[in-house]
Ligand binder design. Structure first.
Ligand code: NDP
Length: 280
């Protein structure tokens, strides 16, 4: 369905999720807008899975210019778009929707690139030739899995609370020699990994993630895609288990927000300054 660009004084954007109150995206886009001298409105919109598609259509029918999408809507966001970037097409999930000049909605996914940029930049971690454990099989895990395989990890082990979902992801990745799925209760016998990535939403849901300390060695880097209080239990668990280092996904959020900003406004914001402002 084609949409018409809004006539309001400032272009409108939002991040859709459920829950969404924890999101730092409005703050980040306000920081980028101030850095680059742009006027825009960017808000959070909470939509349940049942309401998501109609809420998004209503948002664009009301004249909005773009939207970010977070848990648990990344598949639905990809499905409702009219056109897909090669990455969104390949992944089947999207975190950025953009109104094109011809009124069609474009879906893109920049989560994988944002995670790799944060790992190699702020965290100083090169995933090439590493044994990697990915916890989760939702929208963000899917983007992370493709990115990690593209980056040249030696082997990607996926474990998800619902094993069937991990099996579906394994099938889509189509790299049987480098991907395996373990049931959650097999993790205790799996040994330690060089990189353990938490792509579950347990932290955001305030649910406990029961993990064996044997996944961690002094060489392990532990990374949680979520940020702030949601990442604290996993990061604290990794430190208690004796990891070499651990990080939350704040740098990934800044990188993906900056990529969205560049897509919508054609200007590259200052990531380091935004990260400092969020941490300050
Ligand atoms: P989805 O809802 O698509 O997937 C959630 C995943 O978490 C599923 O694999 C689900 O397992 C698992 N899960 C949920 N609760 C539990 C639990 N109690 N114990 C174990 N596993 C659980 O969410 P997304 O993939 O979109 O997002 C995942 C996380 O990544 C969120 O916290 C999100 O904030 C974060 N994120 C951060 C980004 C950043 O820029 N820093 C970008 C993208 C995501 P099951 O299949 O069994 O339901």
């Amino acid at each position: 369905m084609p949409y018409t660009q809004g006539m309001s004084a400032v272009p409108r954007y939002a991040v859709f999720g459920h829950p969404i109150a924890h999101s730092l995206s409005p703050r980040l886009h306000a920081l980028f807008a101030a850095q680059t001298g742009r006027a825009l409105a960017y808000v959070t919109l909470d939509a349940t899975p049942a309401a998501f598609t109609s809420a998004m259509r209503e948002f664009f029918a009301g004249g909005a210019s773009g939207a970010n999408v977070t848990l648990p809507h990344k598949s639905a966001a990809c499905a409702l778009a009219d056109v897909h970037t090669p990455t969104a097409h390949r992944l089947g999930v999207a975190n950025v929707l953009t109104l094109l000049p011809d009124g069609r909605l474009e879906a893109d996914s920049n989560d994988g690139a944002g995670m790799l940029a944060d790992l190699s930049g702020r965290c100083g971690v090169d995933p090439r030739n590493r044994e990697v454990l990915l916890l989760g099989a939702g929208g963000a895990a899917r983007a992370a899995a493709f990115a990690l395989l593209d980056a040249g990890v030696a082997r990607l082990t996926i474990a998800n609370r619902t094993e069937a979902r991990a099996r579906r992801l394994e099938e889509v990745l189509a790299a049987p020699r480098r991907v395996r799925v373990l049931a959650w209760d097999q993790l205790a016998a799996a040994g330690a990994f060089a990189l353990v990535i938490n792509a579950t939403s347990a932290g955001v849901q305030r649910a406990e993630l029961a993990l064996p300390a044997s996944l961690i060695s002094a060489q392990t880097f532990a990374y949680d895609l979520s940020y702030g209080p949601a990442a604290q239990p996993f990061v604290a668990w990794a430190h208690a288990a004796g990891c070499g280092a651990a990080s939350d996904g704040l740098g990934m959020l800044v990188a993906t927000a900056a990529a969205s900003f560049l897509r919508w406004h054609g200007v590259q914001p200052d990531l380091a300054a935004a990260l400092r402002a969020l941490q300050g």
